[in-house]
Design a protein around this ligand. Sequence first.
Ligand SMILES: [Zn+2]
Length: 215
Amino acid sequence: MSVKKFFWEDPYRTTLDAKVTSVTDNVITVDRTIAFAFSGGQASDCGTINGYNIIRAEKVGKEIFYTIDGEHDINVGDEVIIMIDWEKRYRIMKLHFAAEIILELVYKNFGYPEKTGANISDTKARVDFVWNGNISETFPFLYSEANRLIELNLPITSDFSNVEDEERYWEVLDFGKVSCGGTHLKTTGEIGLIKLKRDNIGKNKERIEITLVNS
Ligand SMILES: [Zn+2]
């Protein structure tokens, strides 16, 4: 089974009608959705299905299983309304693309260090690298280049590289083209001002934490 993922087609959509395709206790699947399920380090959306809070969203293959809370009255075949917490999603999208920019800048300008982890919530994003020394030495360069790309307000294209396997990419001309199944902004300018923080997370392991200044 697979669900049509409207969060790719229109990541700015906040409400969607869908049809329920399965119900097992509090776990529901639908024919189409806007509620993102954790993958590639991007957090799941907060949202509701017919007013019931989505307390868990799990992506398995091309399907997404939503666990809703409470005693629900939803049955297979029902038309339901899916809503997402847009303020939270938009912060996730800004932090996600800020992390994409920082990652590309580090890769291309500092010898493609190995990435050991990444995570994007609605309050901060982080990217971890195998790194000798203090990664904050790169910050003056990263601030200057990231702010330049954000101020230029460049268009971001997102599309399938493989429809059958649901493989996606984003592209900013003259900057980068990267495989990613997350939800991406339309323009770099939406990110606004960012703040970087360094953390040493172990021997030869450095973390860059990204936060938004204005959101
Ligand atoms: Zn991405």
